[in-house]
Design a protein around this ligand. Structure first.
Ligand code: RTP
Ligand code: MG
Length: 136
């Protein structure tokens, strides 16, 4: 079923000039870009976006990192878009979990600097899209 997912190119990906590479992989997979914006993230948006991790020991550094530079936010659409993007992103840890050939597996070394975010379910996607693109 066609669905939407929220994709972020995190500050490390933007800083390293990997926005085009990420968008290109999304398009080559057959997914569609339905919205695209370069954003600076404040503490409030970061806290809402990562609310599920509020009690984790890495929450503070996660919020600090996501607010440290520009982020590219996209609504990505297509069949199984949530799972499809998580497949091309690779597992959370770029070395221990992500396979070569995935974005994280090809470009990342450390869990915090794992380049991209993708919603983990269709429900999360709709919640996150409301935060990042309130009029979509
Ligand atoms: P994301 O939400 O960014 O798409 O990543 P994910 O689903 O693969 O991973 P999740 O468990 O939701 O974690 C969110 C982000 O927190 C950072 N993290 N750091 N220091 C640590 O042990 C740790 N664990 C997770 C990662 O940047 C991860 O993407
Ligand atoms: Mg997640």
């Amino acid at each position: 079923m066609s669905e939407r997912t929220l994709v972020l190119v995190k500050p490390d990906g933007v800083e390293r000039g990997l926005v085009g590479e990420v968008l290109s992989r999304i398009e080559r997979k057959g997914l569609k870009l339905a919205a695209l914006e370069l954003k600076n993230v404040d503490d409030e948006l970061a806290g809402q976006h990562y609310a599920e991790h509020a009690d984790k020991p890495f929450f503070g550094s996660l919020v600090e990192f996501i607010t440290s530079g520009s982020v590219v936010a996209a609504i990505v659409e297509g069949e199984n878009a949530v799972a499809a993007f998580r497949q091309i992103a690779g597992g959370t840890h770029p070395v221990e979990k992500a396979a070569p050939g995935s974005i994280r597996g090809d470009y990342g070394l450390e869990v915090q600097y794992n380049l991209v975010h993708g919603s983990d379910s269709a429900e999360s996607a709709e919640r996150e899209i409301k935060l990042w693109f309130p009029d979509r």
